[in-house]
Structures are given as structure tokens and as C-alpha cells.
Design a protein around this ligand. Sequence first.
Ligand code: FES
Ligand code: FES
Length: 154
Amino acid sequence: MPRIEVTVDDTTYADDVEPRTLLVHYLRDTLGLTGTNIGCDTSNCGACTVLVDGRSAKSCTMLAVQADGREIRTIQGVANGEWHPIQAAFHTEHGLQCGYCTPGMIMSSIDLLEQNPDPTDDEIREGIEGNLCRCTGYQNIVKAVRTAATNMRG
Ligand code: FES
Ligand code: FES
């Protein structure tokens, strides 16, 4: 089995993995980081979104071996003693309902706001278009990302 070394949420792990192991399964089953969700088997829902070297990626479309030597950030590494401004805005703007999609939404939003700190609503919708919310809660999610962008710009 190939051996990989991956930094996840600032901790470096070295593990032997089956070549066919998906990154999301490595995170959840090997590392126990179950904050990253699996919501489909079609690479559509975005519940499994993490940051790979700072850019959002669906961890169900990537093999664990492809993460070798890379830096992964999951929802569990986002809060730093206090909520990330995007998490706080999801709370204040009621951007989550069941919350299943929320970790992926937040990871995509982090990437979006790092690339574009002042997005229009259309740009926010485009930024999270790979993330499905089955509760159809998009209005408040867009509002939450807009509020977070405002707060992060100070
Ligand atoms: S679990 Fe990865 S896109 Fe649905
Ligand atoms: S809050 Fe329910 S799927 Fe997103």
C-alpha cells in the first residue's frame, strides 16, 4: 500500500492507504474527522468540500494518494478558538437548516472570499454552485456569505 504524508488542519499524518481510497474516506474513516460530510455518490452535492492547498475541492473526487504532500483544511480546522466569520454569519443570518451541506458551503465560501472579498450576489451563487442544499435554503446562505464578506472587509 502506498504511504502518504498529509497535513490536515495543521497536523501532519503519515498513513498507508489503499490506492483506491478516496480522500473523504481517509479523512472520515482513518483520521476520524467526520465534520466533512458525504452527501451523494455522484460528485454533485459538495458536502465533502475541503480546501486543498487553499483551494476548494470535493474530497470525494480525489484519491487520498493525490493528497500526498499537500495541505488540507477541513471544517474542523476552520474555527480558531472562535467561529470563523463565515460560520458566525451562517448563524446570524440563519444560513443553515439541517446543516448537512453547511461544512461544504463554508469551505467553498472561504475559497470564494479569499479570491473575491466583495462578491455580488451572482458571484456568491456562482461560488457555491457546486454545493447543494436540499432544504432550498439558498436565500439565507447567500445573505450569510454577503454578511461575512462585509464583516471580513471590516
Ligand atoms: S459527497 Fe462529494 S460531492 Fe457529494
Ligand atoms: S441546510 Fe439542509 S441541506 Fe443544507
